[in-house]
Write a protein that binds this ligand. Structure first.
Ligand code: ADP
Length: 139
C-alpha cells in the first residue's frame, strides 16, 4: 500500500451549482485526507498555463475559457493509490460514458463542463500541486 497525493479541482460549473459541500463530503467518504484546499479564480492566462499540455487540442480555447469563467476549488488529496482512486471516483471524461455513482455521472452536464478534475499520473500530480500551491509546505 503506497500513500500517494493527487491534485483535484472542483470546476466552475460545480461551484456555481453549489456542489462544493457534496463533493468535499464524497472526497472524505472515499477515505482521502484533504492536505490543502483553496478557492481561486483563474485568469484566462492562468487557465491556459494550467492546461498547457492540451494546447494543441481543438477543445483548448473552450476549456480555458470555461475554467476562467468562475471560481474553482483546488485540493491536494492523500490516501493509498490516490491518483487512480480519485480518477475512479470522478468517472469518465464524458458523463454519458461515466459509471454509475461517479461524480461526473451524478453531477456533470457535458464532456466540457464535467465538474471535477484529477491528475492522471505522478508527474502531472506533482506539477499541478506546484502550480496551485507554490512554495507552500504541505504537511
Ligand atoms: P480528464 O479531465 O478526464 O483527464 P482530458 O485530460 O482528456 O480529460 O481533458 C481535460 C478536460 O478537457 C476535460 O476534463 C474536459 O473538461 C475538457 N475536454 C476534454 N475533451 C473535450 C471535448 N471533446 N470537448 C470539450 N471539452 C473537452
Amino acid at each position: 500500500m503506497t500513500v500517494e497525493r493527487t491534485y483535484a479541482m472542483i470546476k466552475p460549473d460545480a461551484v456555481k451549482r453549489k456542489l462544493i459541500g457534496k463533493i468535499v463530503d464524497r472526497i472524505e467518504a472515499e477515505g482521502f485526507t484533504i492536505v490543502a484546499m483553496r478557492k481561486h479564480c483563474f485568469s484566462l492566462k492562468e487557465a491556459q498555463g494550467f492546461y498547457f499540455v492540451h494546447r494543441a487540442r481543438p477543445f483548448y480555447p473552450e476549456l480555458t475559457e470555461f475554467m476562467s469563467s468562475g471560481p474553482i476549488v483546488a485540493l491536494v488529496l492523500e490516501r493509498d493509490n490516490a491518483i487512480a482512486h480519485w480518477r475512479d471516483t470522478m468517472g469518465a471524461t464524458n458523463p454519458a460514458n461515466a459509471a454509475p455513482n461517479t461524480l461526473r455521472k451524478l453531477h456533470a452536464a457535458s464532456i466540457g463542463e464535467n465538474c471535477v478534475h484529477g491528475s492522471d499520473a505522478p508527474d502531472t500530480a506533482a506539477q499541478e500541486m506546484g502550480f496551485m500551491f507554490p512554495g507552500i509546505s504541505l504537511l
